[in-house]
Design a protein around this ligand. Sequence first.
Ligand code: GTP
Ligand code: MG
Length: 214
Amino acid sequence: MNETDNLIGRRGLMLVLSSPSGAGKTSIARRLLEEDAALEMSVSATTRKRRPGEVEGQDYHFVDRDSFHIMINNREFLEYARVFDHYYGTPEGAVMTALDSGRDVLFDIDWQGTQQIADAKREDLVSVFILPPSTRDLEHRLTKRAQDSAEVVAARMAKASDEISHYREYDYIIVNQDIDVSVTSVKAILTAERLKRDRQVGLTNFVKRLRAGQ
Ligand SMILES: Nc1nc2c(ncn2[C@@H]2O[C@H](COP(=O)(O)OP(=O)(O)OP(=O)(O)O)[C@@H](O)[C@H]2O)c(=O)[nH]1
Ligand SMILES: [Mg+2]
């Protein structure tokens, strides 16, 4: 949060982090949430199975396909997409409540979802694409993940190059060579984006009072 937030009043922003699988986006997101009290995570709905250690309502809302399609029909999603063999979607309600009350929301979503948010809510969106320093590094990080089978790793490797091809659609690009440096970079982006004039919705009144000598 900036010092001026309490003074002026600010609309929250949507900070999207995307990357090919294994580039370190989840670790960066975790650090940001720990270190920035004004950020909250958007919890997606997904049809994929819960993994050991994942918590319902915290990592995802785990739903079956029928429920997911009902949510689509009820227009509950800000965006949704099919990633690998499953559906993933961002419930809109929680996000809009946060933005309206000046809180920022962090998203771990893919390029398809980012495109949809860019079409619907460009002014609230700040998008960051995380690149791995090399293919070897990416492969190494993917195989280190014990939870996924060899086929899943292979499928993700194959998809990585496709995902990377969308880097141009993002506002900012970070090569994640060192997590500390990457986290510092995202924080710098946040600091600057929070100061954007259009987000400081209380400015007109604030300046009016200033000019009136109050
Ligand atoms: N469009 C969209 N993509 C999502 C959403 N939630 C998660 N994803 C993306 O779906 C992909 C797979 O996520 P997971 O099933 O959690 O798997 P993961 O091991 O975390 O995969 P990576 O984050 O890609 O390493 C990731 O690229 C996420 O960014 C969502 O609500 N919408
Ligand atoms: Mg992830």
